[in-house]
Design a protein around this ligand. Structure first.
Ligand SMILES: [Zn+2]
Ligand SMILES: [Zn+2]
Length: 342
């Protein structure tokens, strides 16, 4: 599939990704990874080139990045290896062992490097897919009170689109997003939000599932995977609405979707980064009915059916119990059906 960020074919169908998940990060018999202590600088050795199977152990790749940083004068040489940055592997999944990475399977989130060094890292290290400048904020979170355009990280070089694989009770789903524009999640062996959706869908058997603050679409896609025939997605942030629509395409075979119509390009949507009045950005054809809106979830009421509705409101910051109760009370005043916060 064509990548909306780099235009290359760096995005795969969910079926293809799920089929490779058992072996993608496993070493071949000839792979020789060197485990390094991340709390100290790397030892004085020349990190090896990738194995003939094209994979390389993650610590050797980090040592290679470190070396480029030293050569460019952006790493002094006394920093511990782990200070190079946070490795975000593609596809992200629950791992029991440190990975041997194939080409273009690592996005590096870092605050150490200039654009020039980032470009050199992408050019010289085949496993690196992209380098993202960590601005130490949570990207893409729109406050429902202010509706201000949220802050993001900055893509320095390469492409920062990557996927996570999440398990549901009926099989895995694949969720892509752009690292710099969306908040980072790590797949865990047990995902309480996905379990909460499973439990509610199983007991309430809704006809329509509303994912009111959908992010990249994870919870609504879980509901679709569990067999709910109609899903309404919404998020005020353009990147969230776009990646939701895109992820419906990625997972189409698992969801009974024939076709997803996305009405605007990612770049065109970026012109209106935050919308208040819900704006329809995508629909589907096939066995699953979907509408994806970009807007303020409190204005969704005219788009929601009267009967058989289950709504999830996944607030990023559910700081206080009072706030949660207020959100539920306000939703119930305007909309029919059951609602929960996962
Ligand atoms: Zn790309
Ligand atoms: Zn190998």
């Amino acid at each position: 599939m064509k990548c909306p960020v780099c235009g290359d074919d760096c995005v795969s169908d969910a079926f293809e990704i799920i089929n490779t998940m058992e072996t993608i990060f496993a070493p071949c018999p000839r792979c020789r990874g060197r485990r390094l202590d991340k709390k100290v600088p790397p030892p004085d050795y020349t990190p090896p080139s990738p194995c003939t199977c094209k994979k390389r152990f993650i610590d050797d790749i980090f040592a290679h990045i470190y070396r480029i940083g030293v050569e460019e004068g952006e790493v002094v040489g006394t920093e511990p290896l782990k200070e190079i940055g946070t490795p975000l592997i593609h596809p992200g999944m629950v791992l029991s062992e440190a990975p041997y990475l194939p080409p273009r399977s690592l996005v590096l989130l870092t605050d150490l490097f200039s654009q020039k060094t980032a470009e050199r890292i992408v050019a010289e290290i085949p496993e690196v897919r992209g380098v993202v400048q960590d601005t130490h904020i949570t990207p893409g979170i729109v406050s429902p009170d202010t509706m201000e355009t949220p802050k993001t990280h900055i893509l320095l070089a390469g492409c920062d689109v990557r996927a996570n694989i999440f398990n549901t009770q009926v099989g895995p789903i694949v969720i892509y997003k752009q690292t710099s524009t969306m908040h980072i999640e790590f797949p865990r062996p047990v995902n309480p939000k996905i379990l909460a959706v499973d439990r509610k869908v199983f007991t309430k058997k809704p006809k329509t599932f509303v994912d009111a603050c959908c992010g990249p679409g994870t919870l609504g896609i879980v509901a679709a995977r569990l067999g709910v025939p109609h899903i309404i997605f919404n998020d005020a942030w353009y990147a969230a609405a776009f990646w939701t629509a895109y992820n419906l395409k990625v997972n189409h075979a698992y969801l009974g979707i024939d076709d997803v119509e996305i009405r605007e390009s990612y770049q065109a949507m970026a012109e209106n980064p935050v919308r208040r009045e819900p704006y329809l950005i995508a629909t589907t054809r096939g066995g699953l009915a979907v509408e994806v809106y970009q807007g303020d979830y409190s204005l969704l009421t005219p788009h929601i059916p009267e009967k058989g509705v289950l709504t999830v409101i996944d607030l990023f910051d559910k700081a206080s119990r009072d706030m949660v109760e207020e959100v539920i009370t306000r939703w119930k005043a305007d909309n029919k059906g059951d609602v929960f916060i996962p």
